[in-house]
Structures are given as C-alpha cells and as structure tokens.
Design a protein around this ligand. Structure first.
Ligand SMILES: Cc1ncc(C[n+]2csc(CCOP(=O)(O)OP(=O)(O)O)c2C)c(N)n1
Length: 326
C-alpha cells in the first residue's frame, strides 16, 4: 500500500516506520551488530515525519546525531540505512558513515551531523548555493535545544535572514541536551533567538505530525515565495536514552514519574488514532515486513574489505602541491 506522505495514512506510515526502525536498531545494538550504539529518535518521530512531508523530492535536509528519523522521513531506503548502521558495504555510505553521518544526496539528504549546531550552516549554505545556481530548493535543518547557543547556528540565522535564503530551521526541543535541562542552559526564549534576526518563529506541537506538517508547509511556501527563512520550535519528547550507553549506566536525571509523563503523548498513537483500525493494522503489517527485509539485507551484506580502509577519505583528482611527495 502506498499513500502520499502528507496524508493521514502517509504520516502514520512514516512515524510508525521510524518507531519500529529505532526499536529494531536498539535490538541490533544489544546483539552487537551495531557497534558503538545510537541516539534513539523514539518519541520525536512526528517532527521528522511532518517536516519532510512538506518538502518536495528535490528539497534538502540536514540532520543531527539523533538523525535516523530525518533520513527515513526524507525517503532513504530503510534497508540501506540499516546496512549503514551495521557497517556493511551496501550501506548508504558504504558502511563508513554509520549512525551519525548518514547521507543520501539522491533524495536530498546532505547528511546527519554529529557536531551540535553545525548542520544549520550547511543547510543555509546549500540552499543559498542552489538559489545562486538557478535551481532553487528549500532546505530544512533539524537541531536540538542544545544547539541554540552555538555561535555557528546563530551566524547561519544571520546570513539566512540577510540574504533571504529558503531555509526552514527546525528546533527539536526535547527538554534536554544529554542530561542538561533546557531551563538550566537557555537564557531568554528559543524562538527569541530567531526573532532577533527578523526570522518569523513559532512554537509547534512536535508530538502531532499534522501540526508539524501544517507549520512546515507555511514555512516552505514562504521560502518558495522568496521571503526567506522561518523557524519552528517543535516541542517534543525523547522517550528513551540520550544514547544507548545509558541502557547500561542508568543515568538518573529523569524520575519514573517524569518519564511516564513524557511518554503519555505518543506521536505514533496520536497519528494512529486518526485512522480506521484495519487501515492502521495494514500499515503496521507493511512496516514490519519492510523492516524484516531491512534487517535481513543488512545482516546478510558483506563488511568492507579492510584493505579499502583508506578509500573515500580524500577527494580524488587533486593535484599534489609542487614539492610534495604525495
Ligand atoms: C559542538 C559540540 N559540542 C558538544 C558535543 C557533544 N554532544 C553530543 S550530543 C550533545 C547534546 C545535544 O543536545 P541537543 O542539541 O538538545 O540534542 P538532543 O541530543 O537532545 O537530540 C552534546 C553536548 C558535540 N557533539 N558537538
């Protein structure tokens, strides 16, 4: 069954796909097939689903260390993404990028990015370049509340506003940067940062994929009309650990009561409740078979040959500097 990604069914399919992808990935962390762990996107699925449903195939995204949802929602193949996480040659980036660096230029994914706050500048630069090349595209960039005090992101706001770059800045405010509460780290307000540069900013219910889609569609229309950037603060919840290492070390920065409250508004259930039960069951079944195939594809794929370890590190065709031995 296929439905347009911006319909109720399409949005549900995306949030469900991300949810089950992350749950299967956590199993693979536990079995040792994903080395080094992941930053699970559980609880935040509606943000990626709603934002990417408002974008066209030619539009661009940049994401974060918690980036699997962004990549899947923009249309990357779940099997090649799972192969990437397990370090296989069939992965999106030949198994070299892993969880925090997945990219797929073919569907406009310029890359997840482990440097907090860095992806915003890449998105603004890419959208600006496309404008200059005469092939304009809107770029959406995701970042956490932990990024809003990073200088690089504030510089990106400034130039994007000044040059009317078609970019949508999406803050996923999940209340924490690792174990640091947003109230302990952020002076003033989050949207106030964008407003200081004259960028229209709004607070959005990040647990509701339809609310995110509607806010993003308005921002995309504004960008396409040449009016420049917009900023969305999507209030969301991280249901699981900052990183899967927490499953072992049990950092106690959230009480059981707080966790129960955090999990009480589940984006999968919120979107699922908008469908008839048989439709929801059919989507669930379809997602299970996509993921069973993805895990099998990943685990059956070969690892890169160790002799190729230095491949893809440097751009080819560079002319050596005179006098250099290389
Ligand atoms: C520039 C930079 N500083 C610090 C880190 C270490 N670090 C990785 S994730 C993280 C927390 C990020 O929090 P937030 O931006 O709110 O995103 P979330 O993890 O909540 O999705 C930090 C400090 C980093 N990767 N990059």
């Amino acid at each position: 069954m296929t439905s347009a990604v911006d319909t109720a069914v399409g949005l549900y399919r995306t949030v469900r796909l991300i949810r089950r992808f992350e749950e299967r990935a956590i199993e693979l962390v536990r079995s040792g097939d994903i080395v080094g762990g992941i930053h699970p996107y559980l609880g935040q699925e509606a943000v990626a689903a709603g934002v990417c449903a408002a974008l066209g195939a030619d539009d661009l995204v940049t994401g974060t260390h918690r980036g699997h949802g962004h990549v899947l929602a923009k249309g990357a193949d779940p099997a090649r993404m799972m192969a990437e996480l397990t370090g296989r040659v069939t992965g999106l980036n030949k198994g070299r990028g892993g969880s925090m660096h997945a990219a797929d230029f073919g569907v406009g994914i310029l890359g997840a990015n482990a440097i907090v706050g860095a992806a915003g500048a890449i998105a603004a630069g890419a959208a600006w370049a496309r404008q200059r090349l005469g092939t304009p595209a809107v770029a959406a960039t995701f970042f956490g509340d932990g990024a809003v005090n990073e200088g690089m992101l504030l510089e990106a706001f400034n130039l994007a506003a000044l040059w009317r770059v078609p970019v949508v800045f999406v803050c996923e405010n999940n209340g924490y940067a690792t174990t640091m509460r947003v109230e302990e780290a952020v002076a003033g307000s989050i949207i106030g940062r964008a407003e200081a540069f004259g960028i229209p900013a709004s607070v959005v219910d990040g647990q509701d994929a339809e609310a995110v889609l509607s806010a993003t569609s308005a921002a995309v229309a504004r960008a396409q009309a040449g009016e420049g950037p917009s900023f969305l603060e999507c209030r969301t919840q991280r249901f699981d650990a900052h990183h899967t290492f927490e499953h072992k070390v049990r950092l106690r920065y959230r009480t059981d009561e707080e966790l129960a409250a955090i999990r009480s508004r589940d984006p999968v259930d919120i979107q699922g409740a908008r469908l008839d039960d048989p439709v929801r069951a059919r989507v669930d079944e379809e997602v299970e078979s996509v993921l069973a195939a993805a895990v099998a594809f990943a685990l059956e794929s070969p690892f890169p040959d160790p002799v190729t370890a230095l491949d893809h590190l440097y751009a080819s065709g560079l002319t050596p500097r005179p006098g250099s031995d290389v």
